[in-house]
Design a binder for this molecule. Structure first.
Ligand code: CP3
Length: 437
């Protein structure tokens, strides 16, 4: 596994990247899940002329929305504007966003035959996301370049005029720690499979779990790792219910008509998502966040048996690209120790577990991101301030904390509340940051 070190020359001595690597920082870095979204008037203005998918698939628009949100809020990282479901299209699944309902997949996967028909050879169709990342990277680099050239008599060439921020920077040049992180992202195999199988958002994940369980031998025992879906990159079959030595033990993989659906789906998703993440890193993403938003629907036993191996493989492939991985899920208190086994360097925490409890449960062996309740942004200013202070106190200045919400900003959130949180975080210096082991 490559050793990750911040490299100021490459623009990654930023406090965001340093925190991902659990290095001391001058103050806690901050950004917000769904920082570009309907709560923000600037986003709604773009959205009034374009559909969500149009914005995602037009690099100029996706870059503009990404940059505007990060600059308006003054945060330490910009997450590329895209959507979790974009990879479904090149895999051969059509979907749309239905107003007031959310995503709808036209022909959800319910059988092994449908899983087998999914394509993994068209990931280059997603290169519009990489093009948008390049524009975002160029924008922030040209800002820094503008500072570097100021006073030399040179008028810097700034590339596309994505926003006024690209021109004639004012004030002092940004210190390396102030350079913005650029975050690319993709879904995790479980969460993406849940959309492909349910056909949209779900309450009980019945169809997803039905296919998942169908891959299991009837005799499988939770403590028997041979029941787990494992990845066998050498074998032609990729993911398969591990049955090495199983025959003599009287053990066989699931044999129902759709027992192959889950392992095939996991394998194909990992292939596509790893390629997609590689495109984003090559384009300039310095960190990849893997969204496993709905993994909290799984028990720890089922997580280990059906989701851990493919997720670990995906994260290993992304780490091999030389970037830190943030692995995020909601309702994950009981899953955190298993999620840590994926090898992700940063775990995203939801707000239901106090950050100090969650971090100790992880032995402080990874960085953590979170974990303010997004609905606290609707509280009176003094209550919000107390909740933000509580999160910072729980982190206790320990290296490796990135401030964020426990889940995305929801529509109608007051922008001033988000700005107040940024202001509060920026006021706290990490004087104790080097005192922790
Ligand atoms: O700043 C950002 O975080 C921007 C980019 C972003 C979007 N989607 C744009 C979007 C990101 C990181 C996502 C990821 C995403 N998409 C997730 C994982 C993150 C999470 O919240 O857990 C999921 C589950 C999806 C799938 C998805 N996209 C759903 C379920 C919905 C409908 C729900 C809703 O809020 O309407 C979307 C639509 C979507 N994707 C919006 C945005 C800004 C809503 C706004 C719109 O229609 O313009």
């Amino acid at each position: 596994m490559s050793t990750l070190r911040p490299n100021p020359a490459a623009g990654n001595g930023s406090r965001f990247l340093r925190a991902c690597l659990r290095l001391p920082v001058d103050r806690t870095p901050v950004w917000f899940l769904r920082q570009a979204g309907r709560y923000m008037p600037e986003y709604r203005a773009v959205r009034s002329h374009h559909s969500l998918l149009e914005i995602c698939r037009t690099p100029e628009l996706a870059a503009e929305v990404t940059i505007t949100a990060a600059e308006r809020l003054g945060v330490d990282a910009a997450i590329i504007f895209a959507d979790l479901l974009l990879p479904l299209t090149p895999m051969g699944l059509d979907f749309e966003f239905v107003a007031d309902e959310g995503p709808r997949v036209h022909a959800p996967i319910r059988s092994a035959g449908q899983a087998k028909a999914l394509r993994t050879d068209r990931t280059e169709d997603l290169l519009y996301v990489a093009r948008a990342i390049e524009k975002v990277a160029r924008h922030f680099a040209s800002k820094e370049m503008g500072f570097a050239l100021k006073g030399t008599g040179f008028s810097p060439s700034v590339g596309p005029d994505l926003s006024k921020g690209a021109l004639a920077p004012e004030g002092n040049p940004p210190a390396p720690q102030d350079q913005l992180g650029i975050i690319g992202f993709c879904g995790a195999p479980f969460t993406l499979a849940s959309y492909m199988i349910e056909g949209g958002s779900s309450r009980n994940y019945i169809e997803t779990k039905r296919l998942m369980y169908a891959s299991t031998p009837a005799t499988s025992n939770a403590n028997d790792p041979r029941g787990a879906v494992v990845f066998n990159p050498e074998g032609a079959g990729g993911f398969s219910p591990l049955n090495t030595g199983a025959t003599e033990m009287g053990f066989s993989p699931g044999t129902g008509p759709d027992s192959a659906a889950w392992p095939i789906l996991m394998e194909k998703l990992v292939t596509v998502l790893a390629d997609y993440a590689a495109q984003q890193v090559e384009a300039g993403a310095g960190v990849i966040q893997v969204f496993d938003s709905w993994v909290g629907a799984l028990s720890p036993t089922d997580y280990r048996q059906y989701a851990l191996a493919p997720t670990t493989d995906l994260i290993a492939r992304i780490r091999a690209l030389g970037v830190p991985v943030i692995y995020f899920g909601v309702d994950t208190a009981s899953l955190l120790p298993a999620m840590r086994e994926t090898g992700a360097g940063v775990l995203g925490l939801d707000w239901r577990t106090p950050l100090d409890h969650a971090w100790s449960a992880l032995n402080h062996a990874v960085a953590v991101q979170g974990n303010l309740d997004p609905i606290a942004l609707f509280a009176p200013p003094a209550v919000l301030e107390a909740r933000v202070a509580e999160v910072l106190a729980a982190a206790a200045g320990r290296p490796g904390h990135i401030f964020n919400l426990g889940h995305g900003i929801v529509p109608n959130t007051p922008v001033e509340a988000v700005l107040a949180v940024v202001h509060q975080i920026k006021a706290v210096r990490q004087i104790k940051s080097s005192t922790h082991p």
